[in-house]
Design a protein around this ligand. Structure first.
Ligand code: FMN
Length: 226
């Protein structure tokens, strides 16, 4: 690659990040979390609105969120503030399946094992054992563009965390219990809850962390004109 050293080191960082689905229990020092947040907030946002707010839950508070989510998940009743996609078709469906099967294969869930896949799904609500969970919200009045700006924040948070030696995973699954989170964490109703980011130190020996996803070739997403 004929690239600058900066782009090379950025690629090294991007390549090192992955979504972590098993964490060790040790907490991340508050100063490190603050550094990650200060780095992530450097992303661009429309009008520099910086619409993100993060409700960072640690220790007993993270456990309270975990317990409430696990209890809620047993009863179903998903109600995200931001509607989930109506469906995934064609290449999107394929990629969704591929990453799902890669996870199930890694943790030993066979095709057709509904109990096994449900158990793995519940890991979302256990926050994959992470000692910290950040709930990300955006002002309702900013609509999809607020959510778009927050997407940049999510990407930056996960990369800044990786640079600090901290593993993470964005989780829309947690946002499916938005009413519960509004109440539990006193997040006002004029903000929409977008996702959680669970984070901590990764358990590198856990099978759930043993696979990596791939990316499409450039020609699949770049449409050159002129
Ligand atoms: C907005 C967002 C929501 C996500 N929600 C979940 C989730 O609820 N559960 C989960 O296991 N992974 C979730 N992920 C992680 C994706 O599955 C993961 O980013 C994707 O498969 C690519 O893998 P990688 O992050 O390891 O590169 C989410 C990622 C993003 C960006």
């Amino acid at each position: 690659m004929d690239v600058t050293p900066d782009l090379l080191s950025l690629n090294t960082l991007f390549d090192a990040r992955h979504s972590c689905r098993a964490f060790r229990p040790e907490p991340v020092p508050r100063a490190v979390i603050e550094d990650i947040l200060r780095t992530a907030q450097k992303v661009p946002s429309w009008c520099n609105a910086q619409p993100w707010k993060v409700t960072v839950c640690s220790g007993a508070e993270a456990d309270r969120v975990r317990a409430a989510l696990l209890k809620a998940a047993e009863g179903g009743g998903h109600s995200p503030d931001l509607p989930f996609p109506d469906g995934y078709s064609a290449e999107y469906q394929q990629r969704r399946r591929d990453c799902g099967w890669a996870l199930y294969e890694a943790v030993g869930v066979q095709k057709g094992d509904r109990a096994g896949s449900a158990r793995q799904m519940m890991e979302n609500y256990r926050l994959f054992g992470a000692p910290h969970c950040a709930i990300l919200s955006s002002p309702a009045e900013l609509g999809p563009y607020g959510a778009m700006d927050c997407g940049g924040f999510v990407a930056a948070f996960t990369l800044a965390a990786r640079a600090a030696g901290v593993a993470s995973i964005p989780q829309a699954a947690v946002a499916s219990f938005a009413p519960l989170l509004h109440e539990l964490l006193e997040i006002p109703d004029d903000r929409i809850i977008l996702c959680a980011i669970s984070f901590g130190y990764g358990d590198g020996d856990h099978p759930a962390n043993s696979f990596r996803t791939s990316r499409a070739a450039l020609e699949h997403f770049a449409d050159w004109r002129g």
